[in-house]
Design a protein around this ligand. Sequence first.
Ligand code: LMR
Length: 330
Amino acid sequence: MRILLSGIAALGLAMAVMPAAQAEPIKIKFSHVVADSTPKGKGALEFKRLVEQRLPGKVVVEVYPNSQLFGDAKEMEALLLGDVQIIAPSLSKFSKFTSKLQVFDLPFLFDDIHAIDRFQKGKIGQGLLTSMESKGYTGLGYWHNGMKQMSANKPLRVPEDAKGLKFRIQSSDVLEAQFKALGSNPQKMAFAEVYQALQTGTVDGQENTWSNIYSQKFHEAQKYITETNHGVIDYMVVTNTKFWKGLPNDVRPVVEKAMAEATVFANKLADDINEADKKKILESGKTEIITLTKEQAAQWRKAMAPVYKQFEPEVGKDLIDAALASNTAG
Ligand code: LMR
């Protein structure tokens, strides 16, 4: 009996000192649809680096770029199911969950990425991060990509040039309305399918940032890119609310700090990556970049303006006005 008891005691002692070493690390899968070389790709890798450096053996972050794990259609559902723990869809892809984020898609709303940054960092922007908690999603931060340019196989100089063309769009009703206002044919399509659709002529054109155009080689399938800067592609990094709140108390603050630092890191890089990729596209000689005159730019703005009135009831005038005000509140 004594032997048995001391055996049990020894086992107990061994278990008391071992669990930390033997506990399975918490796995955070971070899935996104773009390349590692883009602002979002680099931000995700920086988050992984920081977390694994600070919580060695406790947390592992697996990053899946290029729609490898989940594409646009499935990632929000996968997040709720716990098949992935962090995703970072563009702000255009949340309209099923909240109408408020549609504000970001309004054409010519923000003058540049700095205005967007001010709006996101303000009270209203920060409030939007928690606007989907009742549906199980928590926003962890905004990550920048940049301003959108428009591409096609014919030169787009004035809005009439886009008439009758088929454009691939993200799954956003605002973007659909934007192209309809031009008399074009918008088609919602997952990001992973765009290159092939351009190559085979399923669509005639698309709108995206320089970094997405370059990393996906869209410029090799499009003869012209017009520097319209007519809208923005930015992201909300989102997690599963239950998963995040359930992280152990000694883990969550460290992961949160790593996310805050990765956010600063990615947002600092975004402008430079887009500028560098624009240069690479120009140097490739595979496409022509068209610069608009002031008068031409004004025509695009005017042609897309009706979208504001159309979405004002859903998005809210206050929200639109607050976003517009960020252009001057420098
Ligand atoms: C797109 O679908 O064009 C973009 O949202 C992709 C991305 O994540 O930047």
